[in-house]
Design a protein around this ligand. Structure first.
Ligand code: UD1
Length: 430
């Protein structure tokens, strides 16, 4: 079983190259099957969720060629199967993007109900409402979502909650509906905009992505394209917070600073220096960190996917901080592990009351979900002594070469696969 062995105490210093956004790449891959032409997609992160999505596409007859680690060629002219039913596809939440894509193009799809990280109840009622508004029948049977329509018609849809997944799914289906669809109360995340840009590059007519109201004029067919995925906002944010937690000096490169504004603002509030350039941000943490308040919100608010990372920083900051999680109700499962490392955090409902401590101490900890996993690694990098991080496959779902990038910034971290390797690491660090 793979684990990370970490000896804390080294400030992270240097430059780190940020990869393509997993949460943009997943819907872009799904949407790539909406044309019979060849599609080239670059800047894909080489992470488990992406590889599962590529495998699911191949299983329904899509030709996928990996041109290099980050570039694929996709051709979906021979899709033979509109049923995506696999054990592995259940493991990724974004498998449901294949519903919107297949429904849009073939007017039929049957996809295993999604899993993903266990961070709270993850309803799909808004996806279903959107598909039905476009004229599709939707049923859930034997663990599958089944949708079909004689034809899809544009509709005026008001989302009851701001949902990234529902906005993306309905946008894909509506792209190939007859007439105009208006999605109100749409999600504004950078990956929603990236998918709209991708679909537009294939001949779709989508306006307003990045605002509350998205207007989609349906088209009867889409064509091939050559597209580069945007940089990963959350990977970048994670390394920015890692600089703060380890009292380091890190430049995150190949990013879009605008996407990171809510994170930059919090880093400034807690006492870090932040320097922005066109496509990079430098974070320097030379002073003691200070307390603050954070509430997670849909974009452009502070992202829920950065909540564990900022909590790890605030638990080492002077004074009492309050973090409010307003998107997912079960996103504090990592707090027990952090408490075992010395944090003083009390969770009441969706609020964490954090009394800053001087230091963490190393322990054997286990990862409950993807982003919490990255946050616990950050805590270990700042901790006194050695930490063993178990269940790291969650981290590998969304971070490419996480330990190698941290190692290049000066962290003492190794991926170990056996007790023997762990003992060797412990001997090496003394
Ligand atoms: C996506 C991201 C995830 C991120 C989340 C919020 C991907 C693959 N995942 O997840 O990393 O944490 O956005 O930024 O991109 N909801 C409903 N009904 C629905 C759909 C959602 O009530 O039909 C609720 C959810 O329970 C949640 C909130 O809306 O409370 C936001 O969920 P949503 O934006 O849909 O998250 P995901 O797309 O699943």
């Amino acid at each position: 079983m793979e684990q990370y062995a970490i000896k804390g105490g080294n400030p992270l210093v240097g430059e780190v190259e940020i990869g393509g956004a997993k949460n943009a790449a997943l819907p872009v891959l799904a949407a790539s099957i909406m044309t019979d032409d060849t599609v080239y997609i670059d800047n894909l992160p080489d992470v488990r969720d992406i590889n599962v999505m590529l495998q699911a596409m191949q299983e329904i007859g899509v030709m996928v060629r990996r041109d290099n680690r980050h570039k694929v060629t996709v051709n979906a002219s021979n899709v033979t199967n509109l049923v995506v039913e696999n054990e592995y596809i259940k493991k990724i939440r974004a498998s449901y993007y294949l519903i919107g894509a297949l429904l849009g193009k073939y007017k039929k799809a049957e996809v295993t109900l999604p899993g993903g990280c266990d961070i709270g109840c993850r309803a799909i009622d808004q996806h279903i409402k959107g598909f039905k508004a476009l004229g599709a029948e939707v049923t859930i049977e034997h663990g599958l979502i089944k949708t079909k329509a004689d034809k899809l018609r544009g509709a005026h849809i008001f989302m009851d909650v701001v949902s990234v997944g529902a906005t993306i799914n309905v946008m894909m289906a509506a792209t190939m509906a007859e007439g105009t669809t208006i999605i109100e109360n749409a999600a504004k995340e950078p990956h929603v905009v990236d998918l709209a840009n991708f679909l537009n590059s294939m001949g779709a007519s989508i306006k307003g992505a990045g605002t509350d109201v998205i207007r989609i004029k349906g088209v009867s067919s889409l064509h091939g394209t050559d597209y580069t995925i945007i940089p990963d906002q959350i990977e970048a944010g994670t390394f920015m917070l890692a600089a703060a937690v380890t009292k380091g000096d890190v430049t995150v490169k190949n990013i879009i600073p605008k996407h990171l504004e809510s994170i930059t603002a919090k880093l400034l509030e807690i006492g870090c220096e932040v320097e922005e350039a066109d496509d990079c941000i430098r974070v320097v943490a030379s002073k003691p960190l200070m307390h603050t308040q954070v509430k997670t919100q849909p974009y452009p608010g502070f992202p829920t996917d950065m909540q564990p990372q900022i909590t790890v920083a605030l638990a080492l900051s002077q004074g009492t901080s309050i973090v409010t999680e307003s998107i997912f109700e079960n996103r504090y499962r990592y707090v027990d592990e952090l408490t075992r490392m010395g944090a003083n955090i009390k969770v009441e409902g969706n609020t964490a009351i954090i009394n800053g401590v001087e230091k963490y101490t190393g322990a054997t900890i286990s990862v409950p979900d993807l982003r919490a996993g990255a946050a616990l690694v950050m805590a270990a990098l700042a901790a006194e002594g050695c930490t063993v991080v178990e269940d790291i496959y969650y981290i590998q779902r969304g971070y490419e070469d996480f330990h190698l990038k941290l190692h290049n910034l000066g962290a003492m971290i190794e991926l170990v696969e056996s007790e023997r390797e762990l003992q060797k690491f412990k001997l090496k660090i003394g």
